[in-house]
Write a protein that binds this ligand. Sequence first.
Ligand code: UP5
Ligand code: MG
Length: 203
Amino acid sequence: FAKEKVTVIFVLGGPGAGKGTQCSLLVGKYNFSHLSAGDLLRAEQDRPNSQFGDLIRTYIREGNIVPMEVTIKLLENAMDAVLVSKTGEGWGDGRGRFLIDGFPRKMDQALKFEEDVCTSSLVLFFTTNEETMLERLLERGKTSGRDDDNIESIKKRFVTYKETTMPVIEYYEKFGKVAEVDSSPAVDEVHAATIVVVDKVLT
Ligand code: UP5
Ligand code: MG
């Protein structure tokens, strides 16, 4: 697809910061396509006969970043599929607007995606403290069925976030692309703060 016709917003923030929740609300407001790298990886993990199933399962449980080739391919395929099918405001003639949630979370992925797929207009960065994230994840873990919503995996995800993903955010900060939103308050309040920054990008 034509890179210059698509608008991409990367959505980052620690595990349980509220990325997925806020993306769902933005979809309703702006007709975005929401692609969560984690969701795409989990779907691939569970796909019968996937050659990557066991690899993805191990990486996710350990809170490690799956090799970028796998994730980028899944994202690219998903973007292609959406671009040929989605209609409505912001779509058509190769145009489209994507929220890429939970990606890129390692420098190599960021550089490769920008080189091979497209560049992002904005990095939405949701921040709250670790206690809040832990509490949210443990609560969600009661019903989520996610292999990584347990205390051992959550601790590992926090370490990977600090060591591997924070440098990606610092990298985009140098280009003035990061909009930080405090995701500690109630969902609606966070959404209200988010639309202020997203409005600026889409107009
Ligand atoms: N909640 C949300 N907002 C709230 C609020 N304001 N007030 C009160 N409660 C709030 O929210 C988490 C929980 O908190 C929910 O129950 C929600 O209701 C509540 P959610 O919106 O799901 O948070 P999110 O930030 O999306 O948390 P998630 O657990 O999805 O974040 P992760 O970044 O850990 O997970 P992801 O799916 O992105 O990645 C999982 C794993 O996949 C990674 O650890 C990694 O192993 C792998 N991965 C890769 O290898 N490569 C990639 O590129 C991406 C992922
Ligand atoms: Mg999520």
